[in-house]
Write a protein that binds this ligand. Structure first.
Ligand code: ADP
Ligand code: MG
Length: 239
């Protein structure tokens, strides 16, 4: 039994043809799982269904053994980082990070402790009183990551979190995200359209095209034994 289980998951918007079809997948606890595929293949839709931000048209989704098809996002015990990781411009770094905590449930002292630990871990301790506009791109990205991990949620979902960064920063952030995921023992589902990102970051990779799984496996397996021409071409020709 996987930590995340998708059984025959499908999705259609407004009763139109399926955007996702027959998705069967298991993701293990502590795994760094990458969803990769071209633009429009259904990656974000799948991630948003796991997050609870999008209705599931058919099939069953389980997290940690429980069927969660109709569970609201806040009860799924997960955190998310999106492509435009929009920080609140009028709030300080500290306030932005604290937004990741479900503040009502946690006492002030614990909030403060978590904030300081997370800031330390992400190298943001000296920047807590700054506003986002006073930060570099990389620092802002670290605030967005801090906001995701401060919650202590065991599952983290990321949708193309590095696509707005320049190449050098992107390379650094790949390593930083991997290190963070290992250190915290997070189960990660990471969406990208970038083959290099997928191949260098994933424990396993799922290649999606037109809403259908093409192959699931370790990077080396996809590279050496692509199951069809699409996978061979897609993995073999990084941009
Ligand atoms: P990806 O993230 O891989 O680029 P998406 O999941 O965003 O793909 O989109 C998959 C398909 O679903 C696309 O054809 C897209 O146009 C369609 N789609 C996405 N969101 C909606 C929506 N809210 N309403 C209707 N169609 C949508
Ligand atoms: Mg997308």
């Amino acid at each position: 039994m996987g930590y995340i289980e998708l059984m025959d998951i499908s999705k259609s918007y407004n009763k139109q043809s399926d955007v996702l079809n027959g998705i069967d997948l298991q993701i293990e606890k502590g795994e760094f799982f990458v969803l990769v595929g071209p633009s429009g293949s259904g990656k974000s839709t799948l991630l948003r269904m796991i997050a609870g931000l999008e209705d599931i048209s058919g099939g069953t989704l389980k997290i940690n053994g429980n069927i969660v098809n109709h569970l609201p996002p806040k009860d799924r015990n997960l955190s998310m980082v999106f492509q435009n990781y929009a920080l609140y411009p009028h709030l300080t770094v500290e306030q932005n990070i604290l937004f990741g905590l479900n503040a009502k449930k946690i006492d002030k002292a614990t909030q403060k402790k978590r904030l300081l630990e997370t800031a330390e871990m992400m190298g943001l301790s000296d920047l807590l009183k700054r506003k986002p506009r006073e930060l570099s791109g990389g620092q802002r990205q670290r605030v967005a990551l801090a906001r995701a991990v401060v919650s202590d949620a065991p599952l983290c979902l990321m949708d193309e979190p590095l696509s707005n960064l320049d190449a050098k920063l992107r390379a650094n952030m790949r390593i930083e995200i991997r290190r963070l995921q290992k250190k915290l023992g997070l189960t990660m589902i990471y969406v990208t359209h970038d083959q290099v990102e997928a191949m260098t970051m994933g424990d396993r990779i799922m290649v999606l095209n037109d809403g259908i799984i093409q192959q699931v496996g370790e990077p080396i397996a996809l590279y050496n034994k692509p199951s069809n021409l699409f996978v061979a071409t897609f993995i073999g020709s990084p941009k």
